[in-house]
Design a protein around this ligand. Structure first.
Ligand code: GLU
Ligand code: ZN
Length: 301
């Protein structure tokens, strides 16, 4: 059987290729700055490329104009990217091709179970629709999960163990409401862009297992993963676009940038606070130490 990954990308990559992949559901807040900065610094400190991918496949959750605001903010913070920005909304044909191939290889099936049904049956989907031969209408598409990922090693957090019931689940790759699932799009595009290292926030630590399952299924080599701590409020909430964490300031980026460096365990000298963004970023690239990033999933601000 030919691997589906060959139809997604034919380019072998030896150089480091990283990415930041924001969803345009809101403006960048301090937590997203931390994730963007870490992935940028890890790429630049390794002479790597760094790409931006706008994950705009969930129209109902989008904030109009957020994509260009996010790009403006990244620019203001000196996080300059390579090549042109990839928009997931432009990738539908590729996602459909992958779905089609999975279907042809018997690696997916249509499912009409509702969330309430699954919850009633214990919360984990156990393959109810696998042999029911539903059609696409009013169905989600689930992956036949033949590569359970119970454990993986994260470059910052170390060994991560995944609940075996969760890692065995035939998870959704195309939603009942007609949208592509995040898991599918993120993996197809990481293959498409030849990403070799993924540095992002710990909110995506658990979903990594599903992504590793998909890489195996598609026959592609998975990138290395590094998950940086999440910023949480003193009430224990993670900063997120959904709970409307305040946007970071584009006009006075120095303080948030220094704060983000410290959050990531780096030790910027005090005089740096009065320097230009370019100087701060130069210092950060040449002094970047990923081993200083706290091995914690959350840090209170
Ligand atoms: N688009 C996702 C988010 O904003 C991140 C995807 C990823 O880094 O893998 O939460
Ligand atoms: Zn079902």
């Amino acid at each position: 059987m030919t691997s589906i990954a060959n139809t997604i990308s034919k380019r072998p990559h030896t150089q480091y290729r990283g990415r930041f992949a924001p969803s345009p559901s809101g403006l960048l807040h301090f937590g997203s700055l931390v994730a963007a900065l870490a992935s940028f610094l890890q790429a630049r400190a390794n002479d790597g490329k760094w790409f931006i991918r706008i994950e705009d496949i969930d129209k109902p959750r989008e904030m109009p104009g957020a994509d260009s605001e996010i790009l403006k903010t990244l620019d203001a913070y000196g996080l300059h990217w390579d090549e042109s920005v990839l928009y997931q909304s432009q990738q539908s044909d590729l996602y459909w091709q992958v779905l089609e191939q999975l279907h042809q290889q018997g690696l997916s099936y249509y499912c009409q179970c509702t969330r309430a049904m699954i919850k009633k049956a214990g919360g984990i989907y156990t393959g109810h629709c696998k042999n029911l031969a539903h059609s696409l209408d009013n169905s989600a598409i689930r992956l036949v999960n033949e590569h359970h990922c119970n454990e993986f090693v994260d470059g910052i957090q170390g060994a991560v163990h995944v609940d075996p019931a969760l890692s065995a689940e035939d998870f959704i790759i195309h939603r009942r409401d007609g949208l592509f699932a995040y898991q599918l799009a993120v993996v197809v595009d990481d293959i498409y862009q030849g990403i070799t290292e993924v540095v992002r926030g710990c909110d995506l630590l658990e979903p990594t297992a599903r992504q590793l399952t998909l890489f195996k299924t598609l026959g592609a080599e998975a990138p290395k993963y590094m998950h940086v701590p999440l910023a949480i409020t003193d009430q224990g909430y993670k900063l997120s676009k959904q709970n409307s964490a305040p946007a970071i300031d584009n006009n006075n980026p120095q303080p948030a940038l220094i704060k983000a460096l410290k959050f990531l365990g780096q030790q910027p000298p005090q005089h740096l606070e009065n320097e230009s963004i370019e100087k701060i970023i130069d210092w950060a690239i040449s002094h970047w130490r990923i081993d200083l990033v706290p091995k914690k999933q959350e840090i209170m601000l």
